[in-house]
Write a protein that binds this ligand. Structure first.
Ligand code: HEM
Length: 124
């Protein structure tokens, strides 16, 4: 009788161990977004700009799946979506050989960062 509970108990324990991995927070993807953004703006050729923007996009995707304060989640996702749209526009411009437009879209990403970080710091 008691023995038959063991597998149940074991799976509950393993489940508890796996939880932190699911509820990863925003800090790590944000750090990597910041790093890749800086590298993209510093890059002096289209190929490396493209590489860093693509890496940044992958981190934005991770950020979207992170644990967020419930009250701010909807707005955070909206901001991250806008960042992705600008990154896509930057990649499109790079493909067309228009580095100036690509950089203008990266500037917009910085504006979005400022806007949404301000919102993130607000109370409530
Ligand atoms: C537009 C939507 C964005 C939202 C909603 C957002 C939200 C946040 C939040 C809530 C934090 C605090 C995370 C924590 O410490 O737990 C954070 C930190 C940070 N974010 Fe963002 N962010 C956005 C865009 C960006 C962009 C575009 C960049 C880079 C270009 C960026 C770079 C960073 C960096 C470097 C940190 C500090 C990480 C650390 O060292 O602790 N964020 N962001």
């Amino acid at each position: 009788m008691v023995k038959s509970f063991r597998p149940v108990l074991l799976s509950l324990m393993l489940g508890a161990l796996a939880l932190p991995a699911v509820a990863a927070d925003l800090e790590q993807p944000m750090k990597k977004m910041g790093f890749n953004y800086k590298q993209a703006t510093k890059a002096d050729d289209a190929a490396s700009m493209t590489k860093y923007i693509e890496q940044m996009k992958a981190e934005v995707e991770k950020a979207k799946k992170s644990d967020m304060p419930a009250a701010k989640k909807e707005k955070f996702l909206e901001g991250l979506g806008e960042v992705e749209t600008e990154l896509d526009a930057s990649l499109t411009a790079l493909k067309a050989g228009d580095e100036a437009t690509a950089r203008a879209h990266l500037d917009k990403v910085n504006d979005l960062k400022k806007e949404y970080h301000k919102y993130a710091k607000q109370k409530g």
